[in-house]
Design a protein around this ligand. Structure first.
Ligand SMILES: C[S@@+](CC[C@H](N)C(=O)[O-])C[C@H]1O[C@@H](n2cnc3c(N)ncnc32)[C@H](O)[C@@H]1O
Length: 271
């Protein structure tokens, strides 16, 4: 098994275990979905929309937003974590949803079978070239992909604070917008709109911020080079370093460098 496969399995396991706690801690993820819905509303695909893929649907927060905008469409709700999919029905009982447990880097969908793809905060766990090539293959000509992912400034406060403690890498590398756009172009997808405003998770202290990251299943943002728990002195150094970011309202922020893109597959359909 390659290092990449091992990491992917860890990510899947982490999200699977987080299914029960995800909804209560996913404030930034909900904000990303609302912003993505606005972008999607401004960039409809050409032609009719009967099948939409939610790629990395998690507990299904995006499904109602998609169903509200496209009540006539069936939504294929895809995730590789079965426990996340198990929560779909309770979160979106009204949407016409077909759950699908699969890897979004290898979509079990026929070429050209999807009118639009929605993917909120899942693609940062994937290889951009692989994931976007699969999305482009599944889309029909004139179809649109609405993507929310994370850029390099994500959790920069945490990265900076950990740099005071040791030299290990504690936050995975996130790709900048230019890399997503280059991968999209290679896959045959052209950007038609973008929104690059950050969002902020907030908590009274560093423990709270880290607890929320774990509750949404994103603790595998830490690469695997160092897995020993921090000693008491190192924890105090970390807390003091992070405290420099405390806001006037007393809360500590964690930046999520949101990248929202609408990507169109070239070619038109005639209907
Ligand atoms: C942060 S959650 C976002 C969930 C949902 N889209 C939302 O907005 O609340 C990321 C989801 O992507 C899924 N995911 C990550 N990589 C994936 C992959 N390669 N294939 C399928 N699902 C994946 C995870 O299991 C998780 O449920």
């Amino acid at each position: 098994m390659t290092e990449r496969h091992r990491h992917k399995q860890q990510v899947r396991k982490a999200f699977d275990s987080a299914a029960d706690s995800y909804d209560r801690a996913a404030a930034v993820q909900r904000e990303a979905c609302h912003r993505l819905a606005t972008l999607a509303g401004a960039t409809p695909p050409s032609g009719s929309v009967s099948r939409i893929l939610d790629a990395g649907c998690g507990t299904g927060f995006g499904l109602d937003l998609i169903a509200r905008a496209h009540p006539e469409a069936q939504v294929v709700a895809l995730d590789f974590a079965p426990a996340m999919l198990a929560r779909l029905r309770q979160n979106s009982p009204a949407a016409a949803v077909a759950p699908l447990c699969a890897d979004l880097e290898a979509l079990p969908l026929a070429a050209g079978s999807i009118d639009a793809v929605w993917s909120s905060l899942a693609l940062q766990w994937c290889d951009p070239a692989l994931a976007l090539a699969e999305i482009a293959r599944a889309l029909r000509p004139g179809g649109i992909a609405w993507i929310a992912t994370l850029g390099p400034a994500t959790l920069w406060e945490l990265r900076e604070a950990f740099a005071r403690v040791d030299e290990a890498s504690h936050v995975i590398r996130f790709h900048p917008p230019a890399e997503w756009i280059a991968a999209a172009a290679k896959a045959g997808l052209s950007p038609v709109a973008r929104d690059l405003e950050p969002a902020y998770a907030l908590a009274p202290d560093l423990r709270g911020l880290l607890r929320d990251i774990k509750a949404i299943g994103a603790h595998s943002v830490g690469e695997q080079r160092r897995r020993k728990p921090l000693g008491r002195a190192a924890w105090r150094t970390l807390e003091a370093a992070y405290d420099a970011h405390r806001r006037p309202d007393g809360l500590l922020p964690a930046t999520y460098d949101l990248i929202l893109l609408a990507l169109k597959k070239s070619g038109e359909i005639h209907d």
